[in-house]
Write a protein that binds this ligand. Sequence first.
Ligand SMILES: *[C@@H]1O[C@H](CO)[C@@H](O)[C@H](O)[C@H]1NC(C)=O
Ligand SMILES: *[C@@H]1O[C@H](CO)[C@@H](O)[C@H](O)[C@H]1NC(C)=O
Ligand SMILES: *[C@@H]1O[C@H](CO)[C@@H](O)[C@H](O)[C@H]1NC(C)=O
Ligand SMILES: *[C@@H]1O[C@H](CO)[C@@H](O)[C@H](O)[C@H]1NC(C)=O
Ligand SMILES: *[C@@H]1O[C@H](CO)[C@@H](O)[C@H](O)[C@H]1NC(C)=O
Length: 416
Amino acid sequence: MEARQQRIIATLLLLTATLFVTAAPAVAHLHPVILLPGYSCSQFDARLTDEYEPPTPACGVRKQGPGWFRLWENYTELQEDPTLLPCYQDQLRLVYDHTAGDYRNVPGVETRVVSFGTTRSFRFDDPVQKNVCMARLVEALEGVGYKEGSNLFGAPYDFRYAPAAPGVAARAFAGFREMNGNKPVIIVTHSFGGDYAMEFLNQSPLPWRRRYVKHFVMLCGSTGGSPVIMQAVASTMGSPPPPTTLRGSVLSLGNRSFEIIPFFLPSPKVFGDTPLVITRAKNYSAENMPEFLATVGFSDEEIARYRTRALPLTLNFRAPLVPMTCISGIGVPTIYRLVYWDGNFTDKPQVVNGDGDGVINVENAMALERAVGGDPAQPYFKSVLMPNTTHNGMISDDSTLRAVVNEILKANQATF
Ligand SMILES: *[C@@H]1O[C@H](CO)[C@@H](O)[C@H](O)[C@H]1NC(C)=O
Ligand SMILES: *[C@@H]1O[C@H](CO)[C@@H](O)[C@H](O)[C@H]1NC(C)=O
Ligand SMILES: *[C@@H]1O[C@H](CO)[C@@H](O)[C@H](O)[C@H]1NC(C)=O
Ligand SMILES: *[C@@H]1O[C@H](CO)[C@@H](O)[C@H](O)[C@H]1NC(C)=O
Ligand SMILES: *[C@@H]1O[C@H](CO)[C@@H](O)[C@H](O)[C@H]1NC(C)=O
């Protein structure tokens, strides 16, 4: 994370702190809740500098413009002017900086997350995002006395990057902590937000975690990656036509440039040597992922990065040793195996479904439970499997939301 970005985040925190002083006092008995939404659910603004080399001259026009603009996602603007799409796609890419040994934005593109500290960043103008991000959960929490800016906060994060920036996240959490009279917080995550929070916690000192985290409620945790990502990376093999929507390019995982892709690949710790991609000639499992990546066109360097940056995390995940409740959906067909019989990875695979929430496999939920079972240092762990609950239904169906809010209220009252 660049120093400039850190400064921006620090400024946002100060702003949030200032707002807090004028906000109504929090409902006394409620512990503050911090929400971390799933992949694609945080908005960010961008600003172009002279260093930016636009793919077409029109994409550089904003150089003379007002500075910051909404890069992910301004749905309305893209509806009005579809010619902006290639510009947005280009500006959303990441590049690997060999000198720094880290990922960064395309040169000349600066980004910042929107409304850090609040849940406003999860509220998109794109109607599709409504039930995908946490807008409905925010409403449900407000219904039981939570109040935005008082005891309800959001921790949007740049989901293109993998959880490798504990310094930044620590600042954010430090800010929340001070704002709430050091009252321990309840962290509530959905989907990939859970992995992000878990890595953040695991990289923070244990006494700090124990002091400041009351409970960690993980909804649809994706710990251990997903076979469906193998399809996403396979489909970008060769020179496919670029996605026709910005959402499409983010969901096809940013044209492979996002740091997060290797982190999402199925972990050998969860999926072992089970064949996940099947061809007539050869099968691929989580354990021979490097071979699979080579087959679908990853360079040696990209594969080396998979081994050094992502694999150590996905192989060694553990619960963060704070009281934890995991709620996962099951009973919904979820992609488990992909069959490319002729070995043509640009073709549509035949899919073999397993159990899960339609996105995350039941194996993910079981894996964390297993990891915790062998860990005497984990103070409290509860796993709830909700039948017939989809990945997005978990944070949008009325009855499911009631159950989720109930678990959050229980975490408030718990004495451990
Ligand atoms: C999106 O773009 C429109 C112009 O089409 C602008 O009016 C609006 O403010 C932008 N939204 C955000 C959130 O920046
Ligand atoms: C990445 O996107 C660019 C521009 O949209 C396109 O030309 C290129 O083929 C894409 N590459 C991959 C591997 O998808
Ligand atoms: C691939 O895996 C499938 C399913 O487990 C198995 O039936 C098949 O024999 C394997 N093929 C090869 C080439 O190992
Ligand atoms: C692979 O599948 C794609 C999409 O169906 C097709 O266009 C292409 O010709 C196939 N390639 C080979 C080598 O069969
Ligand atoms: C799940 O949904 C199916 C179809 O709607 C229904 O038949 C089944 O009873 C439901 N199962 C549970 C446990 O709710």
